[in-house]
Design a protein around this ligand. Structure first.
Ligand code: GDP
Length: 320
């Protein structure tokens, strides 16, 4: 029987990289894929080795196609690194690891952009070549580099902060001014306008979700929507599952906890899923006016991702 509208609502997810991709793979296999639009952070995009790399779009596309290298956590399974190894031999800095097949996708993106195609079109081409069923949209087609400000006045691109420098502790700010001056990507505002459910993935709130919401029009579109908005805490047991969310939250003066992230999202979200390790914070989060659900939120495999995605949809349905 074909899914009815109530069984398959229009879903919109805001997404960063790995955490979001793991969450979204819980929606990709079922009937939801046809109705899922993921709006992805492009604040991490940067040119490496002459090609346009979109780290979050790529990790989401690779994960949803089932092709991601799960042991490395990025890139494509079975990929080799001959091109960048050779570039390294020729004296180039190769701190940003890019596999050969990954390189081909980024080369395709670069050539198509140079030929006048938009980032949304190129994203669709790569996702469709990989067999992704749902729709992946860049938050913007404009350059939106996220700049991390360190004590002493140093300002560096987010990828330099994360990958080259190993996410040092001395963050004092995050500059989203490029995103704040950007235009939403094609389809982004329309997708939010017709959404029945909006999901904020378990992603870094400061450098993945905040840049998306910083693009003029996106936050307002979410606020204007009648759809229930549900977020999943990326902080589990008082720490990120991976990545530097703790250093970035702390550096910006936010509490590193499920409650701290809930406070950041309180104007936007109706529902919030927190991990069972943080159950003691549930009452405080409910006091912010959010409907809560407590469960194991660690996504070890597709089954646990599906369980989390299902819980998010159920919590959303309670608020519809
Ligand atoms: P990045 O761009 O690869 O750093 O990825 P994201 O923006 O998606 O952010 C990573 C965030 O996802 C971190 O704060 C992690 O704590 C969170 N995360 C990753 N895996 C899981 C998981 O299994 N469960 C939960 N609740 N959060 C996760």
């Amino acid at each position: 029987m074909p899914p009815t509208r109530s069984e398959s609502p229009n879903l919109v997810a805001l997404a960063g990289g790995v955490g979001a991709a793991r969450f979204l793979r819980g929606l990709e296999p079922g009937p939801h894929a046809e109705r899922l639009t993921t709006i992805v952070n492009t604040g991490d995009d940067r040119v490496f080795y002459g090609v346009h790399v979109s780290p979050d779009i790529d990790i989401v596309s690779y994960t949803l196609s089932g092709r991601v290298d799960t042991s490395r956590g990025y890139g494509l399974e079975g990929d080799s690194f001959r091109v960048i190894e050779q570039l390294g031999m020729l004296g180039h800095e190769i701190w940003f690891r890019l596999g050969d097949l990954d390189f081909a996708h980024c080369q395709h993106r670069t050539l198509r952009l140079a030929g006048g195609a938009g980032l949304a079109t190129v994203t669709r081409e790569i996702a469709s070549a990989l067999g992704v069923r749902s729709r992946i949209l860049p938050m913007s087609e404009d350059p939106c580099p996220t700049v991390v400000e360190l004590s002493g006045g140093r300002r560096i691109h987010f990828e330099e902060y994360l990958v080259r420098d190993g996410a040092p502790d001395e963050v004092i700010g995050v500059d989203l001014s490029a995103a704040q001056a950007a235009t939403p990507g094609p389809g982004v505002l329309d997708a939010i306008a017709v959404a029945d459910v909006i999901l904020i993935s378990p992603s870094n709130p400061v450098v993945s979700i905040a840049p998306i919401l910083a693009v003029p029009g996106i936050r307002d579109a979410v606020l204007a929507s009648d759809a229930p908005v549900v977020a999943i805490s990326p902080i589990v047991g008082g720490a990120p599952v991976k990545g530097p969310a703790d250093r970035l939250l702390r550096g910006l003066g936010h509490e590193v906890s499920a409650r701290g992230v809930a406070a950041l999202y309180r104007d936007l979200v109706d529902g919030y899923i927190l991990d069972e390790r943080d159950a003691a914070l549930e009452a405080d989060i409910a006091a912010l006016g959010l409907r809560t659900h407590v469960m194991d939120t660690i996504m070890r495999d597709t089954t646990t991702s599906q369980r989390l995605a299902q819980a998010a949809l159920e919590l959303a349905a309670e608020g519809a």
